[in-house]
Write a protein that binds this ligand. Structure first.
Ligand code: ADP
Length: 473
């Protein structure tokens, strides 16, 4: 753990495992609620001096962190592959994406503008000023164990906030590596603090109830996000929530079905399907279903599951046994209810894969609204295809979910693209595009997928309060 500028050691630790082979790769300090409280006190003590620095001074630190993270890109990526399982190439991409947030918010730090407002009274002036919200508590997930940290830390620090962060228990080593960078670039003691813990609940309780915390930012499941938002409500703490998704991927018959199938193959199996923007329901117009399924099946056949350190690997393991069980339960349920299996549909055990949590890339068609997979987030390598006939019908089906994070539309018709963009109730829409994300673009969900946005201009707003001055002269 890293509290008040110092690395904390302890004999109380918990192990970290490689999900590709079950080997223990390290151990980290098992922090408790008292540690979270100490870290919050350090962040509160550091707040006045950090927020009093000029934006240029805070920005300098973020530029340095950006440079150092890029220098460490190979080492960070290797650690991520061993700890989280994604193929090394994907890990290298993630480190670059993580560093992008440091750079973007180094720039945005200097653009926190206020404004003046004309008054109807000649003796009055209105001045609108932006101030850091205060101490921020952050909770991050394991699926993107470096970029989900910088996506919160960079805007918070740019805004002048101080932070206590609790990473996911599956990936604390990546978090330690990020904090080593922040330490080395000279971010002052107490400004950033890291509390690792095997049991997240007591840390979450401290974050939600300690009056010094003014803002909670969370990325994870909708269930935990709701629980934390409720716990933070009595003190009306500011909350940002980046939660689950159930992305529709709509392929109209005026799109090239082969291009669309290749797009699905790329985005669906990215990070083994463990992404909140992963397509969960793939709607294909009935008259192009056959060529679409054929191409997708071919692509899936080429995916090579294995240890991410092996350059031949294109798809890594799931995070743990519970994830394998959840995916398998959804697949069994779909098959029991009449879906057709075109590929996969089972855990992979051959060639040493039984030591890890591998599930075969799976393709189902004939998926229908009564099935678990149609409603529940899968977070695994299953492409669930549903045929449709009409535009209005598919847009209604796509919106028929409590989630509202990402949606994808493939069409060659500009008017249809615009109609879809406007009527889909999702925060992020890819139109003939499978990667509508960037540090420069606002990421976040509608409905039960969350509150607030990360990245972009909006990302720093989450860490700012608005203060109005009415001056009588
Ligand atoms: P996932 O299902 O993707 O693991 P979770 O919501 O369980 O999603 O985990 C995301 C983050 O939330 C992790 O850092 C985890 O430790 C944390 N977390 C889980 N349960 C709680 C809780 N009760 N209080 C605080 N944090 C929690």
């Amino acid at each position: 753990m890293y509290i008040n500028g110092a690395w904390i050691q302890s004999s109380r630790t918990f192990p970290v495992f490689n999900p590709a082979n079950g080997e223990q790769i390290g151990a980290v300090v098992d922090g408790d609620r008292g540690d979270a409280c100490t870290a919050i006190a350090a962040a509160a003590a550091a707040l006045p001096a950090w927020s009093a620095l000029t934006a240029y001074e805070r920005s300098d630190k973020l530029y340095s962190a950006h440079r150092l993270m890029l220098e460490r890109r190979p080492q960070l990526a290797q650690l991520m592959t061993r700890e989280q399982g994604k193929p090394l190439k994907a890990a290298l991409n993630e480190v670059k994406y993580a560093a992008d947030f440091l750079l973007w918010f180094a720039e945005e730090a200097k653009r926190v503008y206020g404004r003046t407002i004309p008054s109807s009274r000649s003796d009055q002036r209105f001045l609108v000023h932006r101030q850091p919200v205060g101490v921020v508590a952050a909770i991050t997930p394991w699926n993107y164990p470096v970029s989900m940290l910088t996506r919160k830390l960079a805007p918070a620090l740019a805004a002048g906030c101080t932070v206590v962060l609790k990473p996911a228990e599956a990936t604390p080593l990546c978090a330690v590596a990020v904090f080593e960078i922040l330490h080395e670039v000279g971010i002052p003691a107490g400004v950033v603090n890291l509390v690792t813990a095997a049991d997240p609940a007591p840390i979450g309780e401290e974050f939600c109830t300690n009056p010094a915390v003014r803002k909670l930012t969370f990325t994870g499941s909708t269930a935990v996000g709701k629980q934390l938002a409720q716990a933070a409500a009595p003190q009306l703490k500011r909350v940002s929530m980046e939660l689950g998704g159930h992305a529709p991927f709509i392929v109209f018959d005026d799109a090239d079905p082969l291009h669309a199938a290749r797009g699905v193959a790329l985005v669906k199996f990215l990070n083994t399907g463990q992404a909140c923007i992963s397509p969960n329901r793939i709607f294909v117009q009935r008259n192009i279903l056959a060529p679409f399924l054929q191409t997708l099946q071919e692509r899936i056949g080429k995916l090579q599951a294995g240890d991410g350190m092996d350059p031949a690997t294109s798809i890594g393991p799931l995070v743990n046994q519970a994830a394998v069980d959840k995916v398998d339960r959804q697949v069994r349920n779909a098959l029991d209810m009449g879906a057709t299996l075109h590929a996969g549909g089972r855990r992979l055990l051959e060639g040493g894969l039984d030591r890890g949590f591998f599930y075969a890339p799976t393709l189902l068609s004939g998926v229908s609204p009564g099935m678990l997979i149609y409603r529940e987030e899968t977070f695994g390598p299953v492409a669930a295809v549903i045929a449709f006939d009409e535009e209005a019908e598919v847009l209604a089906m796509a919106n028929d979910t409590s989630y509202g994070l990402a949606a994808y539309v493939y069409t060659g018709n500009l008017s249809r693209a615009m109609r879809s963009f406007e009527s889909l109730q999702f925060g992020i829409i890819g139109i003939n595009d499978i990667n509508p994300t960037s540090a420069a673009a606002p990421f976040g969900g509608m409905k039960e997928s969350g509150l607030g946005r990360e990245g972009a201009r909006e990302g720093i707003e989450e860490y700012l309060e608005t203060k109005l001055g009415g001056f009588s002269i």
